[in-house]
Design a protein around this ligand. Structure first.
Ligand code: MRU
Length: 345
């Protein structure tokens, strides 16, 4: 089976290629993006989404923007003008979404690569292409490593509950929370997944259910309000979720609804495990209170609830904070971390 490539280079490296996740599972459509405006729009509207994937999208996107600018006659390959225009593009893309630290992290890496490269615009563009390559391949490797490190949480017969989509669609590789599931499945273990639908944008229902079914992993879809009941009746062995940002003390910000799952898991004595690459750890932010939470348009909730957003007030934070005290373990590409967490640099 073809691997899912949520973010990648288009052939010839002339564009950023994404799968337009707004259309899944009804339509599978790739889009090739070449401008900073297109890339910002794709990230902001969740055509490409998931913390690691938006970081990789920004890296490849900024390399593509640089390549086209360096080749354009009007820039005249003057380094100053080229770098100034490219930095404006980097600002635009970095501001597309505030919560997932991977986006700022990847843009920061690209800025460092540009700044340390001497010479012409073409030389900078070449260096940015190499840096984007590194970001892409490291993400794939980190996903695989998370899968291996997390295998201990997915023994034969494990019934895993997950929330949102932290699978291949959310990364350049096999995912984060779903990486141990795929690793266990590949190792011949019988593993099944309960996917929470994840209101209001239904990443669980539209994306997790789709990619697990495609991979042949048994999956049962539930609405968000059903997962605590399944825990009470003994049908969940472990919760595996991803993260958009992990603070130095182990507080986790992830898709809205994650906190409720963590509270229910603690009540029922079920391990609540967060899987994330090193690029999701924000060692400069001491606690989750310092992590910005994105608030999105009222229409998203209104549409999911069939309400009239002109008539009714709506609260639509895209993420919530799960305190470190509720997190049984954090699985990263570097290993398994147990409390008390300390990721300070
Ligand atoms: O708004 P989204 O769909 O980008 O939110 C995604 C999540 O919350 C994921 O759980 C998180 O980014 C980890 S993805 C490996």
């Amino acid at each position: 089976m073809e691997p899912i490539r949520a973010v990648d280079w288009a052939p010839g490296r002339t564009a950023l290629r994404i799968i337009d996740q707004r259309l899944l599972p009804v339509t599978f459509e790739r889009r090739d993006l070449t401008t900073a405006d297109e890339i910002r729009e794709a990230i902001a509207t969740l055509a490409v989404r998931g913390a690691p994937a938006i970081g990789v999208a920004a890296a490849i996107g900024l390399a593509v923007v640089a390549r086209h600018a360096a080749a354009a006659k009007d820039v005249g390959t003057g380094r100053e003008a080229f770098v100034a225009a490219w930095n404006t593009a980097a600002d635009l893309i970095a501001a597309a979404r505030p919560t997932a630290v991977n986006l700022a992290w990847a843009v920061g890496r690209m800025r460092t690569a540009a700044a340390r490269t001497p010479g012409s615009a073409a030389a900078v563009a070449t260096a940015l292409e190499a840096e984007a390559d590194a970001v892409l391949s490291e993400d794939r490797e980190m996903c695989a490593a998370i899968g291996n490190h997390g295998l201990g949480f997915v023994p034969d017969g494990a019934r895993v509950l997950t929330h949102c989509n932290a699978g291949a669609l959310a990364t350049a590789g096999i995912g984060t929370a779903l990486a141990p599931v795929y690793a266990a499945h590949a190792a011949g273990r019988r593993v099944s997944v309960i996917a929470g639908e994840t209101r209001p944008l239904l990443q669980g229902g539209r994306l997790t259910a789709w990619e697990l079914t495609r991979a042949g992993v048994p999956v049962r879809l539930v609405t968000d309000g059903m997962s605590a009941s399944l825990m009470r009746t003994g049908e969940v062995d472990v919760v595996l979720v991803g993260a958009d940002r992990i603070a130095a003390n182990g507080d986790v910000v992830n898709k809205i609804g994650t906190y409720a799952v963590a509270v229910a898991a603690r009540h029922h004595g079920i391990p609540f495990v967060v899987c994330a690459p090193s690029s999701t750890i924000d060692s400069c932010t001491p606690t989750g209170a310092g992590i910005p939470i994105e608030h999105r348009a009222a229409d998203e909730v209104a549409a999911a609830s069939r309400a009239d957003s002109a008539q009714v007030a709506v609260w639509n934070p895209a993420f919530d904070l799960t305190p470190a005290a509720l997190v049984t373990a954090i699985v990263t590409d570097r290993g398994v971390w147990a409390p008390p967490y300390s990721f300070a640099s």
